[in-house]
Design a protein around this ligand. Sequence first.
Ligand code: IPM
Ligand code: MG
Length: 354
Amino acid sequence: MRALIAVLAGDGIGPEVTDEAVRALGAVARRFGHEFRFESALLGGAAIDATGVALPEDTLALCRRADGVLMGAVGGPRWSDPNAAVRPEQGLLQLRKALGLFANLRPVAPHPAVLGASPIKPELLAGVDILVVRELTGGIYFGDKRRSDTDAVDVCRYTVAEIERVVRLAAGLARARRRKLTSIDKANVLETSRLWRSVVDRIAAAEFPDLEVEHMLVDAAAMHLLRRPRDFDVIVTENMFGDILTDEASMLAGSLGMLPSASLGERARGGLYEPIHGSAPDIAGRGIANPYATILSAAMLLRHSLELPAEARALEEAVSSAIVRGTLTADLAPANVTPATTRAAGDAVLAALG
Ligand code: IPM
Ligand code: MG
């Protein structure tokens, strides 16, 4: 197969981790006889520095043409003045919105070889396999915003159609897994959550009677995720709750550096794939960041946008065997083990791919 993959390295550790994911995709292409063409473009702080805007038109045009988009991370202290007119994060939010990527899939499955890296007791982690589906183009992230000297407002709005499409997608994914769907909201306080809950109930009854569907308040969910993580299968939730809960859930996997994500719209083609972690300015440029989340995001690109499931599995297995062989970056390595560099982790994946 021939495919065009847009690469948006972004800021901080973004370039280091996307380099390794591109190398891994190149190795997959060689092994399976595909032709992947990579084209890079600017996003986030790097784009602001070069062009004055966080999402340049060229970047968006490339992403629209591409079969899949691989992204690193955006943001950093250089651009985080609260009074700045443009912010790196706006570029990513505009990109998600412009591409219609309403569903963000964030799988959380702790690797058995690194349970010790998690702050959670290992006996709670064995067998954890969660898929969080985060609504990505609505809610408080995209509602009207304004600020004066004495107050500020962020509007949280959801339409029925926005809730329906992400709930349908999540329920469909649950059907192919363990058939349990947990919808997380704050229906005891928020009107948007009460609408969310009623849409979930209606769709579940009419279209997914075979699923076990439960509702959970977000504060309780934050607790249950750590207390009994094995009980979750597919979680569906609104934009900001999903953002927060997945950083929390990453601790089940031992590190933020382990969680990939896929952002999908109505069509398989043209999804956006990025690690859930940020730009980690504190370690940027030192070659020590964990590239596995980005490489696993590249595997999701193979599966969801290029529809190459065997290739996706091969890449995931290569990451797994790199981990099993003990190639662990600083975020994963036990105290008595010398941490691997970003490049060494990428090399281990390439070696495992053969
Ligand atoms: C994420 C990030 C982004 C978000 C930021 C960088 C805008 O935290 O993808 O989880 O909040 O969606
Ligand atoms: Mg986040």
